[in-house]
Design a protein around this ligand. Sequence first.
Ligand code: AMP
Ligand code: MN
Ligand code: MN
Length: 326
Amino acid sequence: MIQSKPATASTEDVVAELRRRSTFVFVSHVKPDGDTLGAGLALGLALRGMGKRVHHFQQDPVPRNLRFLPDSERVARELPADLPADALWVFCDMSSTSRAGEFLPELERRNILDIDHHLGNEHFGALNYVLSDECSTGTCVLRLLRAMKTPITPEIATCLLTTIMTDTGGFMHSNTTADVLRISAELTDLGANKEEITERIFANKRFAAIRLLGHALGTARLENDGKYCWSVVDDAMLAQFDADGEDTEEIVQHLRAVEGVDVAALFKAYDGDVRVSLRSNGRVNVQAAAGRLGGGGHFRASGLTFVGSLDDAIVAVRDALVAEGL
Ligand code: AMP
Ligand code: MN
Ligand code: MN
């Protein structure tokens, strides 16, 4: 039997729940990005300003380029022993709880708030504030902050502008609407430091990252009549350039920027997994393609963890993309 998802919660209902609870645990997804972190940190800062108790859980360490975010030093894998039973667990920027990793305790649905903008969100919370037209989870949070009439400090504004700049690729992606630009201007007026965000996230690359990028671009393949560009990063390459997973971030967007390419894929075969990043120019739905292999994301940006070998992943991903119209 097909079960229908619980409806998306109203802003008023979410605000009422935030006011009602006194302890919060923000949860960000594995391999965290500026959206999952920035959204949780922004709402956490606002709630702390209201005298609430706030913790931030994240399985993976804060990436180097996001350590400038206010309160990011409070993010940890360890949870306090004295969490009250009615703590509200706020999942930011993920379609399912599995994206939070393996270290969370069993949670009751009534203690879960799901804030997200992914198309395939499973509505796993008691309240699901899932706004798929929003460019970032951070802009969903901004709606809540406005409804709560809580002050947006420069620190909160910096976190929120980081979510926008991360998920719009620095105002480049098609989700950069006029509204997004207006909100970004407002956040800048409120004290968000766009210059610092740009520098930290889009520049400031380690030399190892640049050399790894060069290698991945140099070994990229162009297939399917020039519509599909893909490359691989594996353990040996990371070791060769003294790089790590954080240094692979921007590779796939360069592959997508090749003239005539509709879809780019980066196969990340390291640390015991084969993870795949997919990017589309808007013709092929890469969220649907990733969904065929257990992943998810957005129409133009998605990802998956492949169960099997790299060689099998390369075949399976191409098949999934062809099935979606590549
Ligand atoms: P990435 O290529 O890792 O930057 O991810 C691009 C998009 O795909 C993001 O919106 C992620 O939330 C989503 N995504 C990445 N990996 C997965 C996965 N294993 N399952 C579901 N969604 C994913
Ligand atoms: Mn994310
Ligand atoms: Mn996001």
